[in-house]
Each structure stands twice: as C-alpha cells, then as structure tokens.
Write a protein that binds this ligand. Structure first.
Ligand SMILES: [Zn+2]
Length: 152
C-alpha cells in the first residue's frame, strides 16, 4: 500500500490484517456493510469493533452486521480549527446517530446537507467513503438540503 500521509498525523486507524485484528470491519465496509463484534459469552454488542469484551474480558467474539440507517441524536459543525489536511473542508458537520434496530450510537461526519438544515431525529444513512491511501471509513448522509461545499 502506498502511503502519502505521515502516520503520526493520520487519525484514521490502520486497517490491514497485519496491523489490526479488526481488519474485517474495513473489509465489510468496503463491501458496503457496517459491522461490529458481539461477545458470545454475555451478548454485549461492542462499538467500535473490538478483539476483547470490556465486560467479561473474553475474546470469544463474533462478527455481526449492523443496520445502515439511523436517526440523528445530536450534531455540531466545526467552523474553525479544522484538523490537519481538512482546512479546505470547513465547515465540517459531525454528529451522533442512533442506529435503527441496534442499540448503538455512532459518531461520524455528516454529508448531504449543511448543519443549518439538520434536525435532531433526522434520518441518516451510513455510507462508506474512500480515504486517501486506498483506505475506507464511514460517514452519515442525509437526503435533501443543500450539498456541503465538500463532496468528500
Ligand atoms: Zn463479554
């Protein structure tokens, strides 16, 4: 994999199986699916995906697919002080969304409408998007409203 971003400034996790035991999350995401791990012993649904259960410390986890729709729980906009490399993306809208059908609240960037057009409870879709260096991550997309100035 060709790397263009210095790792020290890279706030996305390393994704390959040589680097992490949760590489399957990224493989699934690349295929358009959101997934995480669940503890087989006590049933705890874990987010983000983990290699050990924080409740029982067991490592007998299974992968489960998560829904791709959710409702906004809260949101905010970053108007100044963007992280390195994201200065051109301002304003950046971020938020928390409760997945529909799974007891998880995820944090992520919101695209598809500016923060002025968002409301709590609004429906969002989880979608994968390409990150530089051939990697992938997820974000939330809302339908309608004005497009954000960044299509990233
Ligand atoms: Zn457990």
């Amino acid at each position: 994999m060709k790397r263009t971003t210095p790792t020290a400034f890279d706030f996305f996790p390393q994704e390959e199986s040589q680097q992490t035991r949760v590489s399957r999350f990224f493989e699934e995401l690349r295929a358009g699916r959101l997934s995480t791990t669940r503890c087989r012993k006590d049933g705890a649904l874990l987010w983000p995906p983990r290699v050990a259960c924080p409740r029982c410390h067991g490592e007998d986890l299974e992968w489960v697919e998560l829904p791709l729709t959710g409702r906004l729980y809260a949101f905010s906009a970053v108007l100044v002080g963007a992280p390195l490399g994201m200065e051109q993306d301002l304003p950046i809208t971020v938020g928390l969304a409760d997945l529909e059908g799974a007891p998880l609240r995820l944090f992520g960037r919101i695209v598809g409408a500016g923060w002025e057009r968002l409301s709590v409870g609004q429906r969002v879709r989880v979608e994968p998007f390409a990150v530089p260096d051939e990697r992938v991550f997820y974000r939330f997309r809302v339908d309608g409203g004005l497009a954000e100035n960044s299509s990233a």
